[in-house]
Write a protein that binds this ligand. Structure first.
Ligand SMILES: [Ca+2]
Ligand SMILES: [Ca+2]
Ligand SMILES: [Ca+2]
Ligand SMILES: [Ca+2]
Length: 357
């Protein structure tokens, strides 16, 4: 059976069973999936934080601020070293600068408890919750040396697993004393003029955005739009610090392997799962069916290979992963049982089509 024959057969089946398929409710195409990795994009480069699995309170707290964009645009407001403060630390998460309103504090939620504070040591390259007057809220610091003297006082919740040289470079910048909360404010060397005042945000070291790894469209939710955004980068080489689009870390080039990594390692699902609920089932087939032979379609609409078309190649992906289930707790009511016509179609597709990967 060639492709056009299959297409014809599929259309025939659609005519027979499409109305039933169309009646299957489509789930929202946005799942806020758990992640343990956060990408920090700063004005001096990017780094990746992997959160520990045994610090759920601190992790959830961090994700709450990340997913509400309250970790975006904040400055590194404190940089101290062992000679002046007894510890080597760069700190941020709480304050942003606006050229009109000047210093602003990010809104915070109620303080959290700390968890497993003595489990992880404040060694070089770790990240910990910082405490302000209210307790643990949105501030964090990166240990730029062995700060084990702090152990027991702060929850160390992760490691900088990539881009530690970026953090080291930030740590190496000069600081000025602006008093109050900014007695050790780092500037990117050469950009501060005059050195003891802030005139524009360009003089500060800013964390432009923090996102969960995989959130390639910076929407603060992991969803199928991230796959589309990554497909849009295929063939582009964004360099070694390409955290979001080079998910397999092969040197900055975005290709199909990165899409595979995104789908499998980050979203923990397979091709065909249009709604990213961890299952390939009739709901996903309904999405593909509704967009069959359409153009300009998205991953959520059944275009699994990112070419904009929903056609037999995409059906093959769905077919080969049919009834895949990653075991995650269901987020919606159970899907309906596939109708006979759909099963016949899937069987045909599985036999006739060769997977592209
Ligand atoms: Ca997203
Ligand atoms: Ca790559
Ligand atoms: Ca699904
Ligand atoms: Ca396609």
């Amino acid at each position: 059976m060639n492709m056009s024959t299959l297409s014809l057969r599929f259309c025939t089946l659609l005519l027979a069973g499409g109305l039933t398929l169309a009646a299957v409710p489509s789930q929202a195409h946005a799942q806020n999936l758990p992640t343990q990795r956060l990408a920090f994009y700063t004005t001096m480069g990017d780094f990746l934080v992997e959160m520990f699995s045994d610090t759920p309170i601190a992790n959830d707290n961090m994700l709450t601020y990340v997913n509400s964009a309250r970790q975006d645009g904040n400055v590194f407001h404190r940089s101290v070293n062992v000679f002046t403060a007894g510890v080597d630390v760069i700190q941020g998460g709480a304050f942003f600068w606006d050229d009109q309103t000047r210093w602003n504090a990010q809104p915070t939620d109620a303080p959290i408890n700390d968890d497993s504070e003595a489990t992880h040591s404040n060694v070089f390259g770790t990240i910990a919750m910082a405490e302000n007057a209210a307790g643990y809220t949105n501030q964090w610091f990166i240990n730029m040396g062995d700060n084990s003297v702090l152990d027991g006082d702060f929850t160390v919740f992760g490691n900088v697993t990539e881009g530690i040289t970026v953090a080291q470079n930030i740590f190496a910048q000069p600081t000025v004393n602006l008093g109050a909360l900014f007695t050790d404010l780092p500037f990117e060397d050469g950009k501060n003029s005059p050195p003891d005042l802030v005139a524009t945000v360009d003089e500060l070291i800013v964390v432009d955005v923090v996102v969960a790894l995989g959130d390639a469209d910076f929407s603060n939710v992991l969803n199928s739009a991230d796959i589309d955004a990554t497909y849009a980068q295929v063939g582009v080489n964004r360099g070694a610090e390409n955290i979001l689009f080079d998910t397999d870390r092969d040197g900055g080039i975005t290709d199909q392997q990165d899409i595979d990594t995104l789908v499998r390692d980050i979203f923990h699902t397979e091709y065909g799962d249009t709604n990213l609920d961890g299952k390939v089932n009739p709901t996903d087939l309904a999405d593909l069916t509704l967009n069959w032979l359409g153009t300009g379609k998205t991953w959520a609409e059944g275009d699994f290979n990112g070419d904009g078309l929903v056609n037999p190649t995409d059906l093959a992906d769905l077919t080969l992963n049919w009834l895949f289930d990653n075991g995650a707790a269901p987020q919606t009511p159970p899907a309906t049982v596939p109708e006979p016509a759909s099963l016949a179609l899937l069987a045909l597709g599985g036999l006739a089509l060769i997977r592209r990967r």
